[in-house]
Structures are given as structure tokens and as C-alpha cells.
Design a binder for this molecule. Structure first.
Ligand SMILES: O=C(O)c1ccccc1NCC(=O)[C@H](O)[C@H](O)COP(=O)(O)O
Length: 261
């Protein structure tokens, strides 16, 4: 299954760049912090489990947030984030493996490596607790899931429809992320999660990804079954509370309580 051709031009460019990037020169072995345990710990003290994303820029964002990734990460943890996601894609998201390395050394929550990993050796670039594997772009998904696990990473398999859920489950995924952003059009529609979530087995850890911008959105995704929420742009927002990343994060981690915002 290869649907790489049916993607937005920006995603095509990201994939082309990813295809030329080299992998690591030695096989990594990671002692990972558990993402499901971090979600459980957040739930236990009344926080909505949020993976807050260090996302300096993106093809759908204006400008670049140039703050030190470690400062951003610490602010996110102060805001109650259960886990962090760090972009390592350099050309379109302003990320780097070094940023992830520094963030992971500075915090004690699990850190997800967010990138477009296409080949096994791409896993060996930097240690992380979890790695994103995008079902749509991986013809041999079972092999990448196994390769990630062999190194100690927790694979988070990203899907966008029911067919991809089946591929993820067949590949042995235990953590599944439903992306509300359609990589063919780059449009975001939160009803994607509501449609696809029932297809995901109950024993999987289920994450709603992308497009969560308000507390009401967060509650909507939780009501639809999300164990955790992956939130980037709304937390990195320079407008929100004057760019206060801790406050932006707290807005979502405290969204379990009803209010109008
Ligand atoms: O965010 C983009 O513009 C984007 C464009 C093309 C491919 C992927 C893209 N985003 C990757 C992500 O998965 C998001 O960073 C992540 O889910 C957070 O989404 P959001 O909260 O909407 O920033």
C-alpha cells in the first residue's frame, strides 16, 4: 500500500526531504519512560493527559517560534503536560535531533519523537521514549513497529481512517494516534477522530492528534474516547496569553472541568 502520491505538495516536499536524510550510524537501545503510565499518572491527579508539542513552525503556521526548546518544554511540564512531543524534522518544522536530546535530558516525562521516519535507520538518529510512525507512509508498517520496539521505543502509529487502523492493529500497534489533519489536503476536521476512534480496539492507548485549539475541542476529543491529546500549535501560539506556553498548556490539562471557553 503506497499512498504517498496522494498528498498535499507541502507533504510531498517533506517526504522528499525525509527520503534523503541519513540514519544513525549505530543501532540505539533506549530505556523508555512509559507513555501509558504517564497518562495514568495525569488522570490520577485530575489532569487531562496532554502531549504538548515543541513545534517551532510548520507548513500551516505563520512565522517561527525561536524560543529555546528546553525553556518551552519546562513551561509545558509546568502547565501539567503528561508527556512532550518534539519535532526533529529540520526543513519544514524547524526541529532537530539535538533539540529532542536536550529536552529529554531536561524533563522527566516521556518524550515523543515527531518526524517522518521512512526507513529503519532513521530510528537510530536520536533516543526518545516514543516514536511516531505514520501508517500512510510506511508500506512495511509491521517491520517498522518491530524495529522501533526492538530498540526500546514505544511506537505511536498514526492513522487517518478505518483501513489504516486495521493496518496499525495488524502491525501490532498498542498506541494509536488518529490525526485530524488530512495529509492529502492539510485540512483539519475533528470529526475524523470521532469517526475513526470506534474502530480502534479498547485495549489500545488512543490519542487524538491535531487541530485541538480550545478547551471545548479537548473535551470533545475526550468524550469521543481519547486517552490523550497531542497539541502543538495552540500551545506554541504566540498570541495565547501573550505567548505564555505554561498557561497555554494548562488551559488544556485543566479542560476536564466544564466552562465556557
Ligand atoms: O502541522 C502541520 O502544518 C503539518 C503539515 C503537514 C504534515 C504534518 C503536519 N503536522 C504534524 C502534526 O502531526 C502536528 O504537529 C501535531 O499533530 C499537532 O497538531 P496541531 O495541534 O494542530 O499543531
Amino acid at each position: 500500500m503506497n499512498t504517498q502520491d496522494e498528498v498535499a505538495p507541502a507533504v510531498r516536499a517533506i517526504l522528499d526531504a525525509a527520503g534523503t536524510r541519513e540514519g544513525g550510524d549505530r543501532r540505539l537501545s533506549v530505556d523508555a519512560r512509559s507513555l501509558p503510565d504517564a497518562f495514568a499518572a495525569a488522570e490520577a491527579d485530575g489532569r487531562v493527559p496532554v502531549i504538548a508539542e515543541v513545534k517551532p513552525t510548520s507548513p500551516t503556521t505563520e512565522g517561527t517560534r525561536a524560543d529555546d526548546p528546553v525553556d518551552l518544554a519546562r513551561a509545558m511540564v509546568d502547565g501539567g503536560a503528561a508527556a512532550l512531543s518534539v519535532l526533529t524534522e529540520p526543513s519544514h518544522f524547524g526541529g532537530s535531533p539535538e533539540a529532542l536530546e536536550r529536552v529529554r535530558a531536561a524533563v522527566d516525562v516521556p518524550v515523543l519523537r515527531k518526524d517522518f521516519l521512512l526507513r529503519e535507520e532513521h530510528l537510530d538518529v536520536v533516543e526518545a521514549d516514543a516514536v511516531l510512525l505514520i501508517a500512510r507512509f510506511l508500506d512495511d508498517l509491521p517491520r517498522m513497529v518491530a524495529a522501533a520496539r526492538d530498540r526500546g521505543f514505544q511506537p505511536l502509529v498514526e492513522v487517518h481512517d478505518a483501513a489504516e487502523v486495521r493496518r496499525a492493529v495488524d502491525a501490532g500497534a498498542e498506541i494509536v494516534g488518529v490525526n485530524n489533519r488530512d495529509l492529502a489536503e492539510l485540512e483539519v476536521d475533528l470529526s475524523t477522530f470521532e469517526t475513526v476512534a470506534p474502530e480502534v480496539p479498547d485495549d489500545a492507548t488512543l490519542i487524538a492528534e491535531s487541530g485541538i485549539t480550545t478547551r471545548a475541542d479537548a473535551r470533545r476529543m475526550r468524550t469521543a474516547g481519547a486517552d490523550g491529546l497531542l497539541i502543538g500549535s495552540a500551545i506554541m501560539d504566540t498570541e495565547g496569553a501573550a505567548g505564555d506556553v505554561a498557561a497555554n498548556t494548562r488551559r488544556f490539562t485543566t479542560a476536564g472541568t466544564e466552562d465556557a471557553t
